[in-house]
Ligand binder design. Structure first.
Ligand SMILES: NC(=O)c1ccc[n+]([C@@H]2O[C@H](COP(=O)([O-])OP(=O)(O)OC[C@H]3O[C@@H](n4cnc5c(N)ncnc54)[C@H](OP(=O)(O)O)[C@@H]3O)[C@@H](O)[C@H]2O)c1
Length: 200
């Protein structure tokens, strides 16, 4: 594991301070991706990600190392740029890789999880890593046990069969996916987040 995904908005700033306190001076090869410029739409919507057109415009201005779009077993809405990322060697960083934790107990990945003696969360991450060679997984956790389990999903990825990867990919239709059409799982998670933020 050599990549940390963070943002000025997390805390705000607290997470970056914690990372520095824990890891500075940084070891060679550690990459810290720090998102900036987070903003909400005029209708208070939470929009985040890049469409193919935005990626094209950005690439015309500067080299792009990575795109972070919403993408997981339940919500494929960020997939539109995946082919472009593959074509141009750009990392595709799916955010909410565990659908905000919903995939930890989701029933769909059960079969491969049973065969491999793995958890549903591990299968969801292993599938992402098999989905494309440019995928970089960023599962979030507050638990050391889950962290170990999530890191172990990397070794699980090559053990998924091609048929299992195809079946997992086919669980959700990607053909009409678009960033502005979030899946119900994402809307549920955002509602949950809004409730928790309001009561904090
Ligand atoms: N660009 C954007 O707009 C955007 C938006 C959202 C998120 N993100 C990024 O996406 C990354 C992940 O986001 P996230 O943490 O919100 O969502 P996530 O990785 O999809 O899900 C995290 C949730 O899954 C649970 N979990 C993690 N590992 C587990 C395991 N092995 N077994 C069971 N449950 C497990 C966690 O609970 P525990 O704490 O109990 O493990 C937590 O509730 C972060 O780097 C975040 O910055 C980006």
């Amino acid at each position: 594991m050599n990549f940390l995904d963070t943002a000025n908005a997390y805390g705000p700033r607290t997470v970056n301070q914690l990372i520095a306190a824990a890891l500075h001076p940084y070891t060679a090869g550690l990459i810290i991706g720090n998102k900036v410029g987070a903003d909400r739409g005029p209708d208070r919507s939470w929009l985040s990600g890049a469409s193919p057109g935005q990626l094209r415009r950005a690439r015309a201005m500067t080299p792009i190392a990575a795109v972070q779009n919403r993408y997981n077993l339940l919500d494929r809405s960020g997939v539109e740029v995946l082919a472009d990322c593959e074509a141009h060697g750009i990392a595709f960083v799916p955010y909410w890789p565990l659908a905000f934790g919903q995939l930890a107990e989701h029933e769909e990945p059960q079969a491969p999880a049973c065969r491999l003696g793995a958890t549903d969360a591990q299968v969801a991450l292993a599938w992402l890593l098999r989905r494309s060679p440019v995928v970089v997984a960023i599962p979030g956790t507050s638990s050391v046990e889950h962290l170990r389990s999530n890191v172990a999903a990397g070794a699980l990825a090559p053990r998924l069969t091609d048929d299992e990867v195809t079946a997992l990919t086919a669980l959700t239709d990607e053909s009409a996916a678009a960033l502005d059409r979030p899946a119900q799982s994402t809307l549920d998670a955002l509602n949950d987040l809004a409730v928790r933020t309001a009561s904090a």
